[in-house]
Design a protein around this ligand. Structure first.
Ligand code: FVH
Length: 293
């Protein structure tokens, strides 16, 4: 199970949805012999014309290569697709989005069947695949030996970042980033809701908003430093007492503009709780303490 000729290593890909098809095209373009399978066979036809070998069943596709990549809808579809496949001696790389617990269970499952296992969290959308300057990449976790052996091939479609032997770590970091993104989308939505009905050019407002979010993003560094040191009062630029007071203005402005505060209020309620607990001199980092269940 080695990858001594990374640009020509044969591989199998199960799943030709939007992401699977984008991945397949980059491996084909780089000259990798590629066997593909998709539950709905018609989706494989275009790739056959580009040089992919079409396997009639998932089990036959798995048998065709030592390196087997999956990019399916969810963990249940991975279970369905691999039922009956012989995984002995395979390097199984699962790029299907799932939870850390699903990744760990799948790693144990693969190991019991004689395969090395890597889980992957794709930090890209299909148009970013095969475009190095897009900044896309995949978090990988699980077998270090498999990652080292297969890195050359795995890095063809987009960047490859290994984050640990614990198979759940790729999914965990993937979901952490997506969760932060969700919060950012909530903030964007609220900001546009505030200004959209005014005589403000939204196309001019957008870059101002981006500039502000980029300026605020390094808060991630100070949050990490404070969590690591355990001192949430160190180097505080804006303390919690001031921010909670400022939140009153944010809420009142939403009311004046006829905008619901429901995207902001859950976080503001936590900030107020932490303040009531006597932590007004902290940054907002202390709110994280209230999230533990
Ligand atoms: N597309 C994106 O923007 C995101 C970017 C970040 C990572 N995600 C994850 O990637 C996985 C695949 O996503 P996708 O975009 O390729 O998804 P679809 O286009 O919906 O294709 C789904 C494929 O899964 C096959 N499939 C579904 N159920 C089963 C099943 N029970 N057994 C076997 N295969 C199954 C489906 O087959 P078919 O419908 O064509 O027959 C597609 O091949 C995903 O985890 C994202 O979260 C993408």
């Amino acid at each position: 199970m080695t990858d001594s000729t990374p640009h020509r290593t044969p591989l199998t890909l199960l799943g030709l949805g939007a992401m699977g098809t984008a991945l397949a095209r980059t491996w084909l373009a780089a000259g990798h012999p590629l066997t593909v399978w998709n539950r709905t066979a018609a989706r494989a036809e275009a790739l056959a014309a580009e040089g992919a070998r079409i396997a009639p069943t998932a089990a036959r596709a798995v048998a065709a290569s030592d390196l087997v990549v999956l990019c399916l809808l969810d963990d249940a579809s991975v279970e369905d697709a691999l039922a009956g496949a012989d995984l002995t001696g395979k390097d199984l790389v699962n790029l299907t989005t799932g939870t850390p617990a699903q990744a760990r269970a799948r790693a144990a499952w693969a190991q019991e069947r004689g395969a090395r296992f890597l889980d992957g969290g794709i930090m890209a959308v299909p148009p970013m695949i095969g475009v190095p300057e897009s900044g896309g990449y995949v978090f990988y976790s699980g077998s270090r030996a498999a990652f080292d052996a297969r890195h050359g091939t795995l890095a063809v479609p987009t960047g490859a970042r290994y984050v640990g032997e614990d198979a759940g770590f790729a999914a965990l970091q993937d979901v952490a980033l997506l969760s932060a993104m969700t919060g950012m989308f909530a903030g964007l939505s609220h900001a546009f809701a505030l200004v959209r009905d005014e005589d403000i050019d939204l196309l001019e407002f957008a870059p101002v908003l981006v500039e502000w979010l980029v300026a605020m993003a390094p808060a991630a560094h100070s949050t990490a430093e404070q969590l690591t040191s355990g001192d949430y009062t160190a180097d505080v630029a804006s303390n919690l007492a001031m921010m909670v007071s400022g939140n009153t203005t944010l809420v009142r402005t939403a009311e004046e503009q006829g905008v619901s505060g429901e995207l902001l209020l859950p976080f503001m309620d936590l900030m107020a709780r932490r303040l009531r607990d006597g932590h007004g001199d902290e940054s907002a980092t202390g709110v994280i303490e209230l999230l533990r269940r």
